[in-house]
Design a protein around this ligand. Structure first.
Ligand SMILES: C[C@](O)(C(=O)O)[C@H](CC(=O)O)C(=O)O
Length: 321
């Protein structure tokens, strides 16, 4: 391969890993372009760690979604109760965003992890880490999953302060990161209050609205209509409080983004539980249908890594692995 061509391909491999900036800007721009494409719906499956992200990236989606619930479960082994902090979430998001920096990562940012100064740090750190969009909500700091009972909210003014801080923060770092305003007000304050909160947040500069815990298809249709022309995200937590709405249905309703937070975590739980239980009971995993170690590593970017090593002139893996 001529030297220049080899260098370009080396740069491309590095860019894919997020080591240089153009692809990162692309992910945000790409996401913004998709959001502004009329009729387009962005489907983002939930990923909760590097492996699930690799698998989703391999299947190929417009974007991927880093679930806070899944991050909490996989990174710190806790339920979604506001236990994962900014550092846990940001580090996780940075790793995931840079597995393939050309695919936009939408990441959960919970409450923004404190007052306006913390929200500013959150947005700036997420943006610098390569995250393309983040959502900030109006629950109290000791938050809980939006599909659990007993949620408590901050007053609208405090929610607005969070959103204002988020919008100002992205300008300050020269980022175009997409700010998604999420309200959890539906459960305790009702539909009208929830819509009013979202409208205020959008008027303050948020790009996308997220009504958490939609309980009926009628409500789903209504939120899109009531907030038009602003883009609205649908959180498709299966077996939570929201009825099952397929991607096609969500598109017909006019949603612009749909996330399936537990698309990876729920089946992973079931599969692991079964195999661990079989191992304990029978002394064998029964893994006949599972992959070889090499195939598993290929799912984790083995080929890309070997290519980087070889292109840089490394000889460690020259004989194959
Ligand atoms: C979207 C969400 O914030 C997440 O962490 O993925 C959760 C999902 C869940 O715990 O059901 C939420 O809806 O609060």
């Amino acid at each position: 391969m001529p030297k220049l061509e080899a260098f370009a391909s080396y740069q491309k491999a590095l860019a894919k890993m997020g080591s240089i900036t153009p692809e990162r800007t692309n992910a945000v721009t790409k996401l913004r372009n998709m959001i502004s494409t009329p009729g387009k719906i962005i489907l983002a499956p939930g990923v909760y760690d590097g492996f699930s992200a690799r698998i989703a990236l391999g299947v190929g989606f417009d974007a991927i979604y880093m679930t806070g619930a899944g991050t909490s479960a996989s990174r710190i082994g806790h339920a979604d109760l506001g236990i994962a902090n900014l550092n846990d979430m940001r580090e996780h998001a940075e790793m995931i965003a840079n597995l393939d920096a050309s695919i936009p990562l939408i990441a959960d940012a919970d409450t923004g992890y404190g007052g306006p100064i913390m929200v500013t740090r959150t947005v700036q750190q997420y943006a610098r880490s390569g995250v393309a969009a983040l959502h900030i909500e109006d629950q109290v700091q000791t938050k809980r999953c939006g599909h659990l009972q007993g949620k408590q909210l901050v007053p609208t003014t405090d929610f607005l302060i969070r959103i204002r801080a988020a919008v100002a923060a992205r300008h300050a770092v020269g980022s175009d990161i997409v700010v998604i305003a999420r309200t959890d007000a539906l459960q305790s304050h009702g539909y009208n209050e929830a819509i009013a909160r979202l409208r205020t947040a959008l008027e303050a500069g948020a790009d996308v609205a997220f009504l958490e815990g939609i309980t009926t298809k009628e409500e789903a249709r209504l939120v899109v209509k009531d907030l038009a022309p602003w883009p609205v995200l649908l959180n498709m937590v299966e077996h939570g409080v929201t009825p099952n709405i397929s991607v096609d249905e969500a598109q017909d309703m006019g949603f612009r983004i749909v996330i399936f937070p537990f698309a990876g975590l729920a089946p992973a739980y079931k599969a692991m539980k079964e195999v661990y239980s079989r191992l304990k009971a029978e002394g064998i995993t029964g893994a006949e249908a599972l992959m070889t170690p090499k195939q598993l590593f290929e799912a984790s970017g083995l080929k890309d890594d070997l290519e980087i090593d070889a292109k840089a002139g490394g000889t460690t893996f020259a004989g194959g692995v």
